[in-house]
Design a protein around this ligand. Structure first.
Ligand code: HEM
Length: 543
């Protein structure tokens, strides 16, 4: 009997090993159609191409170079399926607008990989950012009205009051000094957290005044260990072996648990309070301003069927999703804009002249109509998109249509690519925005005036906003796009009229989940910029 059990076990093991050998070695090496795609050869056996397409100090050059050598669609090697042998993890990288539109418009065929969803949902729950399929559609239906143009207009006064707080804090730092160096990235991060706290659920962290609110600190700590520190080997191991978190929790797991207790504890109280208010007086629901109130209201709407309504837990997860997706991305966009203006003084002077042509209390409609401000925002969002790249995985075999044909390794020229189930598709957000063959020879330079006369190839580029991929596209495109552009414009309008910005330190870009600024030789992300007061009575002379 023992011999029989033993031989069954041995057979099962051999079967499993054989299956692994076939799927991840023989099939991928010899038969997968992806292997026929052209692409860079790995220099060493245990290496990967990922750093060339994911590190923003190198990627613009490599996207241009590889596109000119291999065409718009090629194969790169990651380290997903076979951590030890990256050459067995071939991925498709496409800079072809037709192929990318296809991938982004088919979220059922191309969902986010389960590994990244697990990493994200461990932090922020199963909100819009990590949901897939029917659950995602349901959540998006409830949330879309909260982000309508009409609702967003009511956030204008909030953005203005927060940027006034920021301006006053910077003025206080300057005191009687002529100039002072500040880490603008950290200040913007505090300000955008305050904005989402109030806009999200009418909660005041007052992070611009002091970084001491317990919910604020809980979010900060959670994002510090879960996002800002990057993904460690242990956190990746836990994706495959989640039981580790239960039997042997490390500092990261304990911090996330502690933060959740605080965040969800306060969140539940706020949710209960808001629901009660809305039940007591349905009229107030029409005037509710924050996203949580708008979500509760939209969830009760007769347009939403019973099975489409989302649960209380989902709503709290949505708020977390807004913090995760909306605070640092907007603060980085603002930080990089100041950096670009600080390193391009002519553009800064021109922008200051334009914003000073309006009174400080101008309406958002008037601010939105400022053409150079608009071009500066677009150009920053093109040149340094906060989300550098993303990933999808084919959930079934599919055919990827191409607008530009490519030559396979066997010499065949094709205008479509067979994508086997399980293939990862790399989404080069920054790659699309910076491709020299599309945007022109100065594509890697900050030039707001390019928006007056775009090359014709730009109009075919995919993306939600201005033919840019910055906010992605399709049904999973950024829901907060208009919110963040409005916030950016109002902040820049007020700050550029009050301060002059000068860059003294050499700053480099690094992809730590988002594209963050680093000073050479320093570990922590930061963006030091010198600020000086502007005398607005004198058309922008520095005091
Ligand atoms: C400059 C600022 C922002 C940028 C560059 C940005 C960019 C993006 C990108 C690229 C995606 C798609 C991610 C992927 O497919 O992997 C996304 C999704 C998302 N963004 Fe934003 N975002 C910004 C601001 C915001 C704000 C302010 C909010 C909320 C208030 C927000 C909420 C979301 C949510 C909830 C999703 C997931 C949407 C879905 O899957 O249906 N974002 N964003």
């Amino acid at each position: 009997m023992i011999a029989l059990v033993f031989s069954v076990l041995i057979s099962l093991c051999l079967f499993y090993l054989g299956w692994c050998l076939w799927t991840i070695v023989i099939y991928h090496w010899l038969f997968s159609p992806i292997q026929q795609l052209p692409g860079p050869v790995l220099q060493r056996f245990f290496s990967t191409n990922l750093q060339f397409v994911m590190e923003p100090e190198m990627s613009p050059h490599y996207h241009d170079k590889w596109e000119s050598v291999y065409g718009k669609t090629f194969c790169i090697h990651g380290f997903g399926k076979a951590i030890i042998l990256p050459e067995l993890d071939p991925r498709i990288l496409t800079l072809d607008p037709k192929a990318m539109t296809h991938v982004l418009n088919e979220p059922i065929t191309y969902p986010k990989p389960w590994q990244s969803r697990r990493l994200i949902s461990e932090l922020i729950g199963n909100g819009l950012f990590s949901a897939e399929g029917a659950s995602h559609r349901r959540q998006r239906k409830v949330l879309n009205p909260a982000f309508s143009n009409h609702n967003l207009q009511s956030f204008g006064p909030l953005f203005t009051s927060q940027v006034f707080k920021l301006r006053d804090a910077w003025k206080a730092l300057l005191g009687k000094e002529r100039e002072v160096s500040i880490d603008v990235a950290h200040w913007f991060s505090r300000a955008t957290f305050d904005v989402i706290g109030i806009a999200g659920f009418d909660y005041h962290f007052n992070a611009l005044e002091a970084e001491s609110n317990p919910v604020y600190l809980a979010y900060r700590e959670m994002f510090q260990v879960g996002v800002d520190d990057g993904f460690t080997a242990r956190s990746i191991l836990e994706v495959y072996l989640p039981i580790l978190k239960k039997i042997w929790p490390d500092k990261r797991t304990n911090t996330i648990r502690r933060s959740h207790d605080i965040i969800y504890g306060v969140g539940r109280q706020l949710l209960e309070r808001r629901k009660k208010e809305l039940e007591e007086d349905r009229r107030t629901s029409l005037h509710t301003k924050d996203l949580l109130g708008l979500m509760i209201f939209s969830n009760l709407s007769p347009d939403i069927t019973e099975d489409q309504r989302i649960s209380d837990q989902d709503m709290l997860d949505e708020i977390n999703s807004f913090f995760f997706a909306g605070s640092d991305s907007t603060s980085l966009a603002l930080s990089w804009t100041l950096y670009l203006l600080a390193t391009t003084p002519e553009a800064q002077t021109r922008l200051r002249k334009e914003v000073l042509s309006l009174d400080a209390d101008a309406s958002f409609k008037a601010i939105d109509a400022l053409t150079f401000l608009d071009k500066c925002c677009r150009e920053e969002l093109r040149l340094i998109p906060p989300v550098h790249s993303s990933l999808r995985v084919a959930d079934r075999d599919d055919i990827l249509p191409l607008s530009t044909s490519i030559q396979l390794r066997n010499g065949e020229v094709v205008d479509q690519v067979h994508v086997p189930k399980g293939t990862c598709i790399h989404i080069p957000i920054e790659g699309f925005n910076l491709l020299s063959s599309v945007w022109g020879p100065d594509a890697h330079r900050f030039n707001p005036d390019r928006w007056d006369n775009l090359p014709s190839a730009v109009k075919d580029q995919p993306g939600l906003y201005s033919n840019l991929m910055t906010f992605s596209g399709g049904p999973r495109g950024c829901i907060g796009m208009r919110f963040s552009i409005m916030e950016m414009k109002i902040f820049l309008f007020q700050l550029v009229r009050s301060f002059e910005f000068v860059a003294k330190e050499k700053v480099v870009k690094r992809n730590v989940v988002l594209t963050r600024p680093f000073v050479l030789g320093k570990r922590r992300s930061q963006l030091p910029i010198i600020i000086r007061m502007v005398d607005s009575r004198d058309e922008g002379t520095t005091l």
